[in-house]
Design a protein around this ligand. Structure first.
Ligand code: HEC
Length: 108
């Protein structure tokens, strides 16, 4: 009986941790640190526009939108990996938001 209780508690703890600390998918976590130039070589204007729209629609519900120009590409590379799961974006949309932010980031 005691074992069952411990098991029950352990599973609740795991569920709680998964729910409260969402993790980016493997694809997102594996993305390399990219510079503006690397991003601009991979995404066209259309995709960057879509990324901007996704950013506006999904990134302002918990805090004010933090404009792309407020962070360096290096910072966005890190921050976005944390925020994509918070915004519940799928990998494809998440990568577009990331591309938009890095492409418009402030210079180092
Ligand atoms: C579910 C709520 C939520 C959503 C949605 C969300 N954020 Fe955040 N964001 C937070 C919280 C909480 C913090 C402060 C704690 C932290 O840094 O993890 C934060 C912090 C930040 C910061 C400051 C980080 C730093 O280290 O200075 C930036 C920039 C940011 N978010 C950008 C974004 C972007 C871009 C998106 C959309 C992809 C987004 N956020 C969506 C909750 C959210």
């Amino acid at each position: 009986m005691k074992r069952l209780k411990i098991l029950c508690f352990a599973s609740m703890l795991i569920i709680f941790m998964v729910a409260c600390f969402p993790m980016a998918s493997k694809t997102i976590r594996a993305l390399p640190v990219e510079t503006k130039q690397q991003i601009l070589a991979q995404y066209n204007t259309e995709q960057l526009k879509e990324g901007e729209q996704l950013f506006i629609n999904n990134c302002g519900s918990c805090h004010k939108l933090k404009a792309a120009e407020t962070q360096t590409p290096e910072r966005w590379n890190k921050i976005v990996k944390r925020m994509i799961p918070k915004a519940k974006l799928n990998d494809q949309d998440g990568m577009l938001v990331r591309a938009y932010l890095i492409a418009n980031a402030k210079d180092e």
